[in-house]
Design a protein around this ligand. Structure first.
Ligand SMILES: [Zn+2]
Length: 422
């Protein structure tokens, strides 16, 4: 268990509405009250650094079981710790799919550097046809339900799942893409799409799905979460639903906040994700949605793929990019630096927002709690070098970017899981 005094840190704790310079005393992994006896504890000068509750990511793919060459639970958890995260929600689109209590027990069996809060499938085998045994899955530790990678297209099946999920007090999270509208689209209409004749993925494929999910939310009252929001129409629909008082949330990924389709420099599979990068107008709308709280959380959609598959160009590469080791720095650059987002809100999108979605207690640095903490240096520029990642995969569109924020220390459940105490 960690013993440490962080002196003169900028303590940002949204759950407590706290943003102030203070010392943080941690003894035996527990955060101590102000002015507690700190004699004999290692001291770390944290002047100029930010101390926040450990970050939560409600959308990660660890390819375990099935594609452990791209990521295992352990390497994924190590990448999360290195990225400043203490809690991650793993997606069930593994092989086999996560539709059984046994799968859930395997997800949470190992002692890993971060806490895994697995989601489980909405439907059996992620086939979209028959609702999975949500009650048994909840009892076995499912934090939430999703068929991520695919939408549950059948309204009747989704409605039945939402009624049962609401009774279990769990959110459903939807990969809101109507396959029949997306067809074989891989990119939004943009110069590169035209130059290479790449099939276009229309906005309607997402907005129609979001409107359907909102309608079912209105009918069932189930907490409904829209994964990886990628376009302006979806942000507007979620904003209207929330104004109506519906329990609808949405997440913004670092890549959808930082990059537009127009920015894609070349036929590179590392820019291919589902849903695809938006237009400049979409990027503006997603940033505005994060700023005004319409999108209450950030999430990476960390999607590891082996280099061989991603190097085949836009048409042949699989969808998805990794994000755990760049997310903090990229969202800092885009939202804190460029958009001047209040830091209390920026931290909230990575902490209280995700926890509220899952119906779990708000992460906090309050005295008496086990230390889940990230210490952030936002003053020392660093360059993204995928070769240094803990993740087994390298498929990022941010290679070579210069960022100014990075985690220098991560504590999870009272233990140091990233960085060194001097
Ligand atoms: Zn998805």
């Amino acid at each position: 268990m960690t013993n440490l005094v962080l002196t003169n840190a900028r303590v940002i704790d949204p759950a407590a509405g706290r943003d102030e310079t203070a010392d943080l005393i941690i003894r035996g992994g527990i955060i101590q009250p102000r002015g507690a006896d700190a004699a004999g504890l290692p001291r770390m000068d944290a002047a100029g650094l930010i101390a926040a509750p450990g970050f939560w990511d409600v959308h990660v793919h660890f390819r375990d079981p099935g594609n452990a060459f791209a990521e295992t639970r352990r390497t994924g958890a190590e990448a999360a710790a290195a990225g400043g995260f203490t809690h991650v929600v793993t997606m069930p689109n593994t092989f086999p799919a996560g539709d059984s209590p046994d799968w859930l027990r395997e997800q949470i069996a190992d002692t890993l550097p971060v806490t895994i809060l697995p989601s489980a499938c909405i439907t059996r085998g992620r086939q979209g046809k028959e609702v999975a045994d949500l009650e048994a899955l909840a009892a076995a530790g499912a934090s939430s339900f999703t068929d991520d990678g695919a939408m549950v297209a059948d309204d009747r099946v989704m409605r039945a799942a939402m009624i049962r999920s609401k009774a279990l007090n769990k959110p459903v999270m939807d990969h809101a893409v109507v396959t029949g509208l997306a067809k074989n689209g891989v990119i939004r209409d943009c110069p590169l799409a035209r130059r290479f004749g790449l099939p276009v993925f229309p906005h309607e494929a997402e907005t129609e799905a979001v409107l359907r999910d909102i309608r079912l939310c209105r009918e069932t009252g189930c907490a409904t979460h829209i994964q990886h929001v990628s376009c302006a129409g979806s942000v507007a629909a979620i904003r209207a639903a929330r104004a109506e008082g519906l329990p609808v949330t949405g997440e913004a990924s670092p890549h959808h906040l930082a990059l537009a389709a127009e920015d894609i420099p070349l036929d590179d599979g590392n820019y291919r994700m589902n849903p695809p990068l938006g237009t400049r107008e979409d990027v503006r709308a997603i940033r505005d949605g994060v700023l005004d709280g319409t999108l209450a959380l950030f999430a990476t959609d960390h999607a590891p793929h082996a280099a061989e598959t991603k190097s085949k160009g836009f048409l042949k590469a699989p969808f998805g990019v990794i994000g755990l080791e760049t997310a903090l720095g990229v969202t800092w650059k885009i939202m804190a630096e460029e958009e001047r987002m209040p830091l209390l809100d920026w931290v909230a999108r990575w902490t209280t927002g995700p926890a509220a979605l899952l119906g779990l207690p708000a992460p906090t640095l309050a005295p008496g709690t086990r230390a889940d903490l990230v210490l952030i240096d936002a003053r020392t520029p660093w360059q993204v070098n995928p070769e240094s990642f803990r993740s087994l995969s390298r498929n990022t569109p941010f290679a070579g970017w210069t960022l100014s924020a990075r985690p220098v220390l991560t504590l999870c459940d009272g233990r140091t899981v990233w960085g060194k105490i001097p």
